[in-house]
Design a protein around this ligand. Structure first.
Ligand code: NAD
Length: 464
């Protein structure tokens, strides 16, 4: 990497200016402010510095972020579970490692070229500037760290609006990103956040003239709000992924894959199996293996009623005290005591059963019988509710797999594996925690956070 003297002087002066601004932020954590407008101004300053830096330097910052995530994976996992009461420490450690190791960096920023008689034309990926990012409480630090790597690789800085229920772990992640930057000689405030984010501060961010792109990761409400903001929005919304099992599948393996995916981080990932649709002829066998080998507990009709009483508050509104809890804890809430081996609650029901039709984010897996593959596809498509988010299937019949894939039309379609294979965990491909199903980017990466620019040299520079 070669930085000339004037570039170096500019970087140093801007870093000094930002450190002075940092004095306005609460002491201790880097990049955390009390006021949204000040936070955005600081991120804008940092982006100006970022623009003067060579691509190699962005990569240097990203490498340091990766290193620090790996060092702190256990701390993040423990903080997240403690603060939100949701998820599983062991699984959260794996998720942070995945972010560190498999989130694409600057290699995702590529150039397309046409060279010919009339010269040379390039399409290059440029930064948006300061991106606004709204993040969920279900994968809080995972999303902030993953978004930061991708957005910084694209040459942007980012202002986060984290979920208030996960503010400590979220802001710890923002601090880590800035510390990584400073340790390698980069600017602070490449990621910023607020001490106390609210709906009002998000509204300020969404209307701010220096924010040109907003990435929203969360439920349907926030995605709709962002897409109504008048700005370019990346909408990573809710799912309700059905796992379909047909009569050609390896049923024993399907049972284990489905339960492994469903129980990962207590079902918090939006991609996780939320219900099963199984062809009648293999339904008993699937349930047999789930009970025999996969740590499942079958709840009776009476226990289902009790579960509904605790899982929903009014109507089908979720009781937040149940989201991301273990099967053992959920069963405990209805007076059922089980051993630590029990990790998933199962039952049979019609697709309209509220514990099946609603996105619960709990290790509760309703099983719907279908008379044949046509019926199974129809039921699974209904259960996905048109989110076009994620769907999974266990089958060896290529025609059935193809038909289901086309019918359900989701951003993610995992075959013969747990859902987390879609994130590069036990499957090929990169990792993300922002799956933009609504706006079509699919699994976001650095290139999703850039704008395309055409750069044309007419009648020259073609040297073929
Ligand atoms: P949530 O929608 O309650 O909150 C997400 C974020 O949006 C939070 O920061 C919250 O403060 C903010 N928010 C909510 N309503 C808002 C509004 N009207 N205006 C501005 N900000 C608003 O979601 P959650 O409980 O934190 O996360 C779980 C949901 O997110 C599930 O539905 C899950 O499927 C979805 N999710 C999707 C993805 C994906 O990549 N597609 C990833 C994680 C979670």
């Amino acid at each position: 990497m070669a930085i000339n003297e004037s570039e170096l002087r500019l970087i140093v002066s801007q870093v000094v200016e930002q450190l002075a601004r940092q004095g306005e932020a609460p002491a201790g954590k880097l990049g955390i402010f009390n006021d949204m407008n000040t936070a955005i101004a600081a991120a804008k300053d940092a982006q100006k510095v970022m623009q003067t830096m060579p691509m190699d330097f962005r990569e240097k910052i990203i490498s340091k972020i990766r290193e620090k995530i790996l060092e702190n994976a256990e701390l993040f996992a423990k903080m997240g579970v403690e603060e939100t009461g949701m998820g599983n420490v062991g699984h959260k450690i794996l998720k942070h490692r995945l972010v560190a190791e498999k989130t694409p960096g600057t290699e995702d920023i590529t150039t397309t070229a046409w060279s010919g008689d009339r010269g040379l034309t390039l399409i290059e990926m440029g930064p948006f500037g300061v991106i606004g990012a709204i993040t969920p409480c279900t994968n809080p630090s995972e999303t902030i760290l993953c978004n930061s790597i991708g957005m910084i690789a694209g040459g942007n800085t980012v202002v986060f609006c984290p979920h208030p229920a996960a503010i400590n772990v979220s802001n710890f992640a923002v601090d880590l990103v800035n510390r990584a930057s400073m340790e390698v000689g980069g600017p602070v405030n490449i990621a910023v956040s607020l001490e106390h984010p609210t709906m009002e501060t998000s509204a300020v961010m969404m209307k701010h003239p220096d924010i040109h792109l907003i990435a929203a990761t969360g439920g349907p409400g926030v995605v709709t709000t962002v897409l109504s903001s008048g700005k370019r929005g990346i909408g990573a919304g809710a799912g309700n992924p059905p796992a379909l099992v047909d009569d050609t599948a390896d049923i024993r393996k399907a049972a284990m894959d489905i339960v492994n995916g469903c129980t990962f981080d207590n079902n918090l990932p939006c991609i996780a199996e939320k219900e099963v649709v199984v062809v009648e002829s293999v339904a008993d066998e699937l349930i047999h293996w789930m009970l025999e080998e996969c740590g499942c507990y079958m709840v009776s009709k009476e226990e289902q009623e009790k579960l509904m009483g605790v899982v929903f508050t009014k109507g089908t509104a979720l009781n937040r005290k149940c989201v991301g809890r273990s099967a053992k804890a959920l069963l405990g809430m209805i007076g059922v005591t089980v051993s630590d081996d029990i990790r998933c609650i199962i039952f049979e029901g019609e697709k309209e059963h509220p514990l099946i039709a609603e996105e619960l984010m709990m290790p509760i897996l309703g099983i719907v019988r279908a008379k044949d593959i046509d019926d199974a596809i129809e039921k699974a498509v209904w259960l996905e509710h048109g989110n076009r988010h994620s769907a999974h299937m266990h089958s060896k019949n290529i025609d059935n797999l193809t038909r289901y894939g086309k019918a359900i039309d989701t951003a993610i379609f995992v075959k013969n594996a747990p859902s987390y294979a879609a994130l590069g965990f036990g499957g090929e491909g990169y990792c993300t925690f922002t799956i933009a199903s609504r706006t079509g980017e699919g699994l976001t990466s650095a290139s999703s956070f850039t704008k395309r620019r055409r750069c044309v040299m007419s009648d020259s520079l073609c040297i073929r």
